[in-house]
Design a protein around this ligand. Sequence first.
Ligand code: DAH
Length: 359
Amino acid sequence: MNDLNTQKAELLGAIAAADADALEAIRVSALGKSGTITALLKTLGGMSPDERQEKAPAIQGLRSAVADAIAERKAALEAAALDVKLASETLDMTLPVGTSLQGSIHPVSQVMDELAEIFADLGFAVATGPEIEDDWHNFTALNIPETHPARAMHDTFYFPDQMARDGKKMLLRTHTSPVQIRTMTSQEPPIRIIAPGRVYRSDSDATHTPMFHQIEGLVIDRGIHLGHLRWTLETFLKAFFERDDIVLRLRPSYFPFTEPSVEVDVGYSIEKGRRVIGGSDGWMEVLGSGMVHPKVIAACGLDPEVWQGFAFGTGVDRLAMLKYGMDDLRAFFDGDLRWLRHYGFRALDVPTLSGGVGA
Ligand code: DAH
């Protein structure tokens, strides 16, 4: 018995002082296949039941005390190693931006900043929501019930069954429209928000990537009508494209969450063989929008007899392509330095209305 106690004291002392290599050596020599404690455990098999009953608790106690001490020491050593690593990897954020640093602002970030600037001037706040969404916010509350064909059209990425909520699989949001729901259920109207962010669909070619960016707009107030929607979109597109000759065409369309729904085209003209926004030689679709469906307003606990509103949604990447002239969406996410140098913006080119949003 005393033997065991001495052995334990010696082992615990050695463990407390061990570095990572020594600790592993102690583990092997005590608990490994031919380790000392393993050998002691093996002697239990050859003992009489009485003897085993007497000796087993001490031997097993020794084994677990040593195993626990090793695990504890290992965790402490790892934590200390991480601290050293973190301390040696700090980045001095106060260093001046020298010419050797090559970072640039990605056009998607730049366009999102431009949009925030334009809409802030119109009294819109920026709202956000999670990229991992539940079925209710992404579909049901937006008047897209289970059997609705729009669900199939969205090419949704679903999470495995284990992550289900309310019996429904969680998903990567397929659009920014769930932020409408999150805003209406958490804020009192009147509401004026834009919600830029990442969205996901299982789709990939020159004009589609599995992750892309959208921006949503939502206004909820009393007495809101299509005229407000049209004025807002026209004001926004004129500021964004920095041209006064922007012509809009509203076409009747269908979205489950708006009634009536309109698709918005913007006129373009041909200058030196290139399409330029402005004029009306041809039309390009830029936005989906409409009056928020009374069912959506009701799903958020608001009375549609009192509150009305309009909403719109569009692709940020697409807006960037139209404004800055890129033609392959995939290049946005390749991380090719040559592309970033060509299309990126300088960090100090913060978009402002007075400076022209494009800076
Ligand atoms: N959520 C739609 C989509 O991803 C875009 C959209 C259309 C948003 C109409 C809206 C809207 O807010 O009113 O295709």
